[in-house]
Design a protein around this ligand. Sequence first.
Ligand SMILES: Nc1ncnc2c1ncn2[C@@H]1O[C@H](COP(=O)(O)OP(=O)(O)OP(=O)(O)O)[C@@H](O)[C@H]1O
Ligand SMILES: [Mg+2]
Length: 294
Amino acid sequence: ILKYSRLVIFYLMEDWTEKYRPESLDEIVGNERAVTELKRWADAWNRGNPKKHAVILSGSPGTGKTSSALALAKDYGWPAIELNTSDARNATKIKKVATFGAINETFDNNGSFVSSHKGGRKLIVLDEADNLYEKIKDNGKNDMSDKGGKRAIIDTIKITKQPIILIVNDYYNLIKGSGENLKRTCKLIKFYNPYPNSIFGLLKRICISEGITADLKALKTISDRCKGDIRSAVNDLQSICLDKKQLDMQSLNALGYRDKNKIIFDALRDIFKTRDIQNIKESVSNLDEDPNSV
Ligand SMILES: Nc1ncnc2c1ncn2[C@@H]1O[C@H](COP(=O)(O)OP(=O)(O)OP(=O)(O)O)[C@@H](O)[C@H]1O
Ligand SMILES: [Mg+2]
């Protein structure tokens, strides 16, 4: 454990990607157009006449899709209800939440009914919807991925009384097969990889807030290297700065270590964030390291 003490500190610290997750759409870095389109769609819901009941946010990992959905919910004062689409059994739950009247009732995060005198609009967020219901497959007999899953979602979108956001990495995977109708029923909002310059600005703000003196060239390098993945840029910054308040080009060498042993960071992340022993075993066995030294 000594060998990896830096990593352990890293995972005991507050995760900067959470600490600096945008609270409002105004804080989303890059993707101005996507943000504007999201706001327009939400405004139409508020006026009661949205052209499309649902939007699909598509784009690469770490570009701000989930953050934007949650920020929208905050900005508009709509409680976000995140429902898992990987299990076909949730189709009924989603439909129930989506079609319930907007006034006087609300649901908690699991879709259970919660009485509320306030009520109001709820934002239904179907995150990581790439493989709608694909987990239900018993020996190929019961493949819900195409039969039930996508169709159920499409039907729900048609009749929903609540705004729905679907989030995917791969739009084409979503709309293939019986997902074709999603093209017509949803508004597509694409997230592009933000420019290094925008990411640079965010990293600089984080450094200021953390009291870190940074060589701007080093920040520029991190922004370039992450290839538009803001999550990994912020993670890199935190992993370099975890035991110092000074960031120079030399400290980037620690990142080379991360590149080489990138998997160990990811595995430790899994280990610290999971309670599922099988996942832990898998994470460790996927490592290019002796499990005993981990
Ligand atoms: N556009 C952004 N502006 C500000 N911070 C961002 C942005 N995108 C990502 N981040 C940072 O990265 C973290 C992860 O972002 P987010 O969860 O929104 O990515 P995502 O696009 O949903 O990725 P994935 O496809 O992997 O789910 C955020 O908590 C935030 O710290
Ligand atoms: Mg996400």
